[in-house]
Design a protein around this ligand. Structure first.
Ligand code: ATP
Ligand code: MG
Length: 593
């Protein structure tokens, strides 16, 4: 145990958010916050047990799309802080917009957060469950002179809002009495008016230097069914009004959001102060803290663009392994551990920056390299015939399952007269520095024998269809004297009679440009035409019964996962998660794919 009970887990690197939290904990800011285990107005917490010295964070997705890699940063941050400081992190669906939200998205979000390895216990909430409170709070704001019903058109409201350099103008309806406002707001809620006929606005300051404080709209009329509250409401709260209230009702201590909300913070604080003043919310109030969102090269992380890619069929659905959705990343073979490592490595900062896609791939490699068992697969097969090996004979060669983890044991690779090797491991006329098979050269068949190439067969078009060689019977790996045979090349192989051909998908980055759509170009023009290649690869027998989502390193080829949708034990289908080396690093474009 650490001496300082507020100290984070050993591996955690400090950052400005941790510093704020540690200072708040040291000052006892949230000590004594009562928490009934159920959000509600201040009164509901009376008599509840004390929840001292703890922080509460939340991850608040809007269920209007699938989560992506950017969300993973926010999830790891919020849940990670709660874990490190002995607090709690809520999963809250910010479902205040009735038109775009669906149960399908709710389910996929729950699945993705769980998959990343986080647990919210009982703290799962829906913003729509607070609609009654939000409505009552709006009536309170009206009664206390802090809100009014505006009957200008959307156009008029825009025109009177002013600009960054000019103040706005007061609405002609700004002086309505509290009684008139209350009457109109209730009639809005009763469904008496059409969408857009009136809006409820906070009454703050039309001349404020911060445009967000120029009487922002807080409730609007929407004759729409909500995925949870059904037809109950004809008025819905605006996000900027709803979000601070959600945080306060849940007694969130640190409300972390991305930088674009920085200008909203004064309204966040204004609103919560008014409601606390009125006794509707308890102090201490939550503190909004902004951090830089994740921007990833070679990817798009905008929900709008992701929806377009899916709906226009540029990819095969939300879980296409090339998409930066978490559902796609999972199918691709990326790991929760790799994502958590990524979140740690990139850290959190206050200034926007771009992270190279290669950093994410390196995290996946580092995680998979440490754990994934090794297997052999031949992706681009060419026949190798060992002319001095007896017809019909076979034997076993032992291969380690993991070079650094002997406890994972070894498995048998069948060896026989006819093998599959990779086409690129033979050259009739070797280029300079080529150490693999060419006539007259000897190589080691990894875990097996040394063979010496004697020639090749070609078809009428001149294409090599088989390579011939002779093996050295006393050179078998693991037998005494085998190492006396010194060769420079070492290639993988599979016995042709024992290997099955299976669908294997070689995925690569979805975009070929570092910043898709930069300079006003249509981002679709930057799609990588080679982002998916399907081959029939030969797999070693031990792969035949792979379970869906089992991950392996295919030696020399990268990390692969048995597809969680299409792969079945007995009929495996593999996806390549990531190659062994970064082929996108400068100067090596020819190696891609
Ligand atoms: P929208 O444009 O629809 O609001 P969004 O990506 O912000 O999309 P939300 O569901 O509102 O989606 O996001 C949930 C949480 O994830 C928010 O707290 C948001 O700040 C955070 N988040 C979203 N994108 C990123 C990103 N690229 N990096 C870090 N955090 C992100
Ligand atoms: Mg958002």
């Amino acid at each position: 145990m650490s001496q300082d009970k507020h100290a984070p887990a050993a591996a955690a690197v400090s950052n400005f958010i941790r510093q704020i939290i540690e200072a708040d904990l040291a000052a006892g800011k949230h000590a004594g916050v009562t928490w009934a285990g159920k959000p509600g107005p201040a009164a509901a917490h009376a008599g509840a047990p004390l929840d001292t010295a703890k922080i509460r964070t939340r991850f608040p997705p809007e269920p209007n799309g699938y989560l992506h890699i950017g969300h993973a940063k926010s999830i790891c941050l919020n849940f990670g802080l709660a874990r490190d400081y002995g607090g709690a992190c809520h999963l809250r669906f910010d479902d205040t917009n009735p038109e775009k939200e669906e149960q399908e998205y709710v389910d996929s979000i729950i699945e993705a957060v769980r998959w990343l390895g986080f647990d919210w216990g009982d703290d799962l909430y829906y913003a729509s469950d607070y609609f009654d409170f939000m409505y009552a709070a709006a009536e309170y704001l009206i009664e206390s002179g802090h809100a009014y019903v505006d009957s200008q058109s959307a156009e008029e409201m825009r025109a009177s809002r002013g600009t960054l350099t000019e103040p706005g103008r007061d609405s002609p309806w700004r002086g309505r009495s509290a009684a008139e406002n209350l009457d109109l707001f209730r009639r809005m809620a009763a469904g008496e008016f059409a969408d857009g006929a009136h809006v409820l606005r906070a009454k703050i300051d039309m001349a404020s230097a911060n445009i967000n404080l120029r009487d922002p709209a807080i409730y609007r009329i929407r004759h729409a069914e909500h995925h949870r509250s059904g037809g109950k409401w004809r008025v819905y709260p605006m996000y900027t009004y709803a979000h601070p209230i959600e945080d306060a009702l849940e007694r969130i201590s640190h409300s972390l959001c991305t930088l674009e909300f920085e200008d909203q913070r004064p309204f966040y604080d204004w609103l919560l102060e008014r409601l606390a003043e009125g006794g509707l919310l308890a102090r201490p109030l939550p503190q909004q803290i902004e951090f830089a969102r994740l921007n990833l090269t070679y990817a798009v992380l905008s929900k709008r663009k992701l929806i377009q890619l899916v709906q226009e069929g540029h990819v095969d659905g939300w879980d296409d392994p090339r998409l930066p959705t978490l559902a796609g990343a999972r199918r691709r073979g990326y790991t929760p551990e790799g994502f958590r490592l990524f979140a740690e490595r990139i850290g959190v900062a206050k200034a926007d920056s771009w992270i190279d896609y290669g950093v994410l791939e390196e995290c996946m490699r580092d995680d998979l390299n440490a754990r994934a068992e090794r297997r052999v697969a031949v992706l681009d097969p060419l026949k190798l015939i060992i002319d001095n090996y007896p017809q019909g004979q076979s034997e076993e060669c032992l291969a380690p399952n993991h070079p650094q983890l002997p406890k994972l044991g070894r498995r048998a690779l069948p060896f026989s007269r006819e093998l599959w090797i990779e086409r690129e491991d033979f050259e009739e006329v070797p280029p300079k520095g080529y150490f693999r098979l060419f006539p007259g050269n000897a190589v080691r068949l990894r875990y097996g024998y040394v063979v010496k190439c004697t020639g090749c067969e070609k078809d009428a078009a001149g294409k090599v269809v088989a390579v011939h060689c002779e093996y050295l019977p006393d050179s078998k790996s693991g037998t005494p004297g085998a190492d006396a045979h010194k060769v420079k090349g070492n290639i993988h192989w599979l016995s042709a009679n024992h290997a099955d051909a299976c669908e294997t998908r070689l995925y690569d980055r979805l975009f070929a440009a570092e910043s898709p759509g930069a300079g006003g170009r249509d981002f679709l023009q930057d799609l990588n035409p080679r982002s998916k290649r399907v081959v029939r690869a030969f797999l070693e027998p031990a792969l035949k019964n792979a379970r869906p989502e089992e991950r392996f390193q295919f030696e020399r080829h990268g990390y692969f996962v048995a597809d969680r949708v299409d792969s079945k034990p007995g009929a495996p289908v593999f996806n390549r998660a990531v190659t062994l080396k970064d082929s996108w690093a400068a100067g090596d474009p020819a190696q891609r794919g």
